[in-house]
Design a binder for this molecule. Structure first.
Ligand SMILES: [Mn+2]
Length: 422
């Protein structure tokens, strides 16, 4: 018997800020969560799954229209034709969705109660599913504590949207512990909420499948669902199946051993090439960051536009239409000891101290922002929208911008890229 466990589908999750980048494959990205859901159900049908578990955050929150819900209903009907039931518990994002509360679901879909733990027995396959969904976004109590003990003579599954004892980057909703979960005597805990795949425990099995489709570059790498093979009432094995339609790649290049723009671009090309291979024919969306203290720093700072142009050219060469590079960030540092330089009596030190002062002295920062506001008002709209100018609306990012300015000044005024590191 095969069970399929997915979570955090975030159907129709919007893309924030990506349109600002040239050539953004908007349609592929916008429809990726839908395509991944269709693939999930394709697998359930072709592998003759007995049950599909969705552990919360099926939806992304407040919808703009009904089409998101109607899409899910149409997909769920495909499983009804194949006699495959679906069980859902609501997560924090579903709790926000008003329309989800009024949507009529096909009769093969069972949504577990949000008021108390509910248990559903699937006769014929001897599976009992226990679970409770989120009634509100902000659930801070341990929901699992009130789940009933395992029923004998059946394969027991617990469904829960939870951060367990806390997971980095995730709100600590419905906190609980492995001890509480283990105590119930279930065979498999189908968790949701955490977007990275994790097998928390194998005795009993406690699993986060991670989200079905990455939504931005911080959710890079393969995404999909977990297939659970059950034999003789026990878990015989779990397997992760990649179901994402678009793959994200956070390509970070360590430039500390690189000497100039040409070899930096060559390294980027290699990394992108690896990414394209790993994506196995999927659309690959990448962000490129060049980091580290490097001899190439001066070259990159002075020829930033050239870097971007060459990286984009390499991307077209390596991946064609199947690879899109969004943001390109030069975050290298000079090999010069800028702290020591700033303390010296070198005229450049004066400039650096002025930049430091602007970053730390509020009055200086305020007058600088006022000057910049005048300039911003004169910028043409299409330039103003460029992410590089986002700091104009965010005074908090000024210190970071000033550090970049310092680096740029140093690179232009003292081209000491020929210097050996101190
Ligand atoms: Mn969640």
């Amino acid at each position: 018997m095969l069970l399929v466990h997915a979570s955090d589908i975030h159907l129709d999750s919007p893309l924030v800020g990506l349109e600002a980048y040239d050539g953004c494959p908007k349609v592929a990205l916008r429809t990726a969560t839908r395509a991944a859901l269709a693939r999930l159900f394709d697998v359930a049908i072709s592998e003759r799954a007995s049950l599909v578990l969705i552990s919360g955050d099926l939806y992304d929150g407040a919808w703009k229209d009904y089409s998101t819900g109607l899409y899910f209903v149409a997909q769920a009907r495909r499983l009804r034709e194949a006699d495959i039931p679906i069980v859902i518990v609501r997560g924090n994002h579903d709790a926000e969705s008003q329309i989800a509360k009024h949507l009529k679901l096909p009769d093969n879909v069972r949504e577990l109660s949000t008021h108390a733990p509910e248990s559903v027995r699937y006769e014929g396959i001897d599976v009992v599913v226990h679970g409770q969904g989120f009634a509100v976004r902000d659930v801070r109590e341990d929901l699992a504590r009130r789940y009933p003990p395992a029923e004998s003579g059946a394969f027991n599954v617990g469904m829960l949207h939870t951060a367990l004892g806390g997971r980095e980057g995730h709100e600590p909703y419905a906190p609980t512990s492995l001890a509480v979960l283990s105590d119930k005597g279930y065979d498999y805990w189908a968790l949701g909420h955490v977007h990275a795949r994790e097998i928390v425990s194998r005795s009993p099995y406690v699993v986060y499948p991670g989200n079905l489709q990455g939504r931005h570059v911080r959710e890079q790498g393969a995404k999909g669902a977990t297939l659970i093979e059950v034999q003789g009432g026990r878990v015989a094995g779990v397997e992760h199946r990649d179901l994402d339609q678009v793959r994200w790649l956070d390509c970070v290049i360590d430039a500390s051993e690189l000497t100039g723009l040409a070899d930096v671009v060559e390294r980027v090309r290699e990394e992108l090439d690896d990414g394209v291979r790993a994506a196995e024919g999927r659309m690959l969306a990448a962000r490129v960051t060049i980091a580290g203290a490097s001899r190439a720093h001066g070259d990159l700072v002075k020829r930033g536009e050239r870097l971007a142009a060459e990286v984009r050219a390499a991307a077209v060469d390596v991946g064609g239409e199947g690879l899109w590079v969004g943001e390109i960030r030069a975050r290298t540092r000079s090999l010069l000891d800028t702290a020591a330089l700033a303390k010296s009596r070198d005229p450049i030190a004066l400039l650096m101290r002025a930049a430091d002062e602007a970053a730390t002295d509020e009055a200086v920062a305020r007058s600088l922002m006022a000057c910049l506001a005048d300039l911003a008002a004169k910028l043409p709209e299409e330039i103003r929208k460029d992410p590089a100018f986002a700091f104009l609306d965010d005074p908090g990012s000024l210190p970071e911008v000033l550090r970049d300015v310092q680096e740029m000044l140093v690179a232009h005024l003292v081209d000491r890229s020929d210097l050996e590191p101190p």
